[in-house]
Design a protein around this ligand. Structure first.
Ligand code: S3P
Length: 174
């Protein structure tokens, strides 16, 4: 049976963690962040995991995380790492975990929010905008395919985004 978590997906910088944080107060649910869950379990930051273990090991950790959450968690808000939906094996796990909201953002907004950020290994280097655009081009159709709902977040206030998600949840309860 499908669980009743609320799952937030989307590109780095789309606001999954901050929307998740506010939504957890708004809906009185606990927030779980897959990156933080992995960092705690590994005792390393995401950058250290990429450095020492490589990206593919990190992707396996994300899948292991979803499998464990399926056994342990329900009625939570789950904020996922930006690359998590890209692994096909994770699609079914996400669907089983609950209702998936894709927070859709433009490359320009991502760039503005994350310029100077040093915690995202995939955006380091000389031309972060080029990386954002090329990753988004590949990922966008996958995010959409995996989502129950697409929420456009660029140019919206937190209140508008929260209300959009909450109203869809209310409709689902009926
Ligand atoms: C990644 C996104 C990051 C983190 C890791 C890889 C990605 O999470 O999981 O750096 O592949 O898009 P956020 O989306 O929370 O930044």
């Amino acid at each position: 049976m499908r669980k009743e978590n609320i799952i937030l997906t989307g590109f780095m910088g789309c606001g999954k963690s901050s929307v998740g944080f506010k939504l957890s107060y708004y809906l009185r649910r606990t927030l779980l962040d897959t990156d933080k869950w992995i960092e705690k379990k590994q005792g390393m930051s995401i950058s250290e995991i990429f450095d020492r273990c490589g990206e593919s090991a990190f992707r396996q950790m994300e899948t292991d995380c979803l499998k464990e959450l399926l056994q342990t968690e329900d009625h939570q808000i789950i904020a996922t790492g930006g690359g998590l939906p890209i692994r096909e094996e994770n699609h079914k796990l996400l669907k089983q975990l609950g209702c998936v909201y894709y927070l859709k953002v433009t490359p320009e907004v991502v760039y503005e929010r994350l310029k100077g950020d040093t915690t995202r290994p995939l955006l380091q280097g000389d031309n972060p905008m080029e990386k954002i655009e090329s990753l988004l081009k590949v990922r966008e159709p996958v995010y959409e395919q995996c989502a129950d709902y697409v929420i456009e977040v660029s140019g919206k206030t937190f209140e508008e985004i929260l209300e959009e998600i909450a109203s869809k949840e209310r409709m689902a309860e009926r």
